[in-house]
Design a protein around this ligand. Structure first.
Ligand SMILES: [Zn+2]
Ligand SMILES: [Zn+2]
Length: 153
């Protein structure tokens, strides 16, 4: 496992723990499944029957996503779960969101437009690096070897 994957997994694990910590803090006793998805469009989503909240790995991993933003998005989805996802972003949802301390923002912001990375670079020695931009010649700083570049966006 490369360092990048390793640090990413820690971030995902932390977000999962944060979810249950925040849920407990606001006194929500609903049974909600929490998962991390691969959605590039929405930062997070709440499903009904059974209740499930999913947060996008691209949102979590984005360089523009702060700890506060993740917490706000979790609160946003918890408000959906509490009043029922069918309420959308109506006043019932808005009241609940504000009561539990959410900004009641309905858009996660720049992460939706800005891609987190466009290139995946791999080193013959196993490194896995993600970048927004690449140079003509890319060298692994750890192994001093030429990186193989794949454009993904
Ligand atoms: Zn929403
Ligand atoms: Zn390397």
């Amino acid at each position: 496992m490369s360092f990048h994957e390793h640090s990413t997994n820690i971030k995902h694990k932390k977000t999962t723990l944060d979810f249950y910590r925040i849920k407990k803090r606001i006194g929500c006793e609903l049974d909600i499944l929490f998962t991390i998805n691969d959605c590039k469009k929405n930062a997070a989503i709440c499903y009904d029957n059974p209740l499930e909240i999913q947060v996008s790995r691209y949102f979590i991993d984005s360089s523009v996503t702060t700890v506060e933003k993740i917490e706000d998005v979790i609160l946003h989805e918890l408000a959906h779960a509490i009043v029922g996802p069918g309420n959308g972003h109506n006043d019932t949802w808005k009241d609940c969101a504000r009561e539990i301390g959410c900004t009641s923002d309905v858009c996660a912001g720049p992460f939706l437009k800005k891609k987190d990375y466009n290139y995946v670079l791999t080193c013959p020695d196993g490194c896995d690096i993600r970048k927004l931009r690449v140079k003509k010649l890319n060298i692994c700083s750890k192994h001093r070897k030429v990186l193989h570049v794949v454009k993904i966006n």
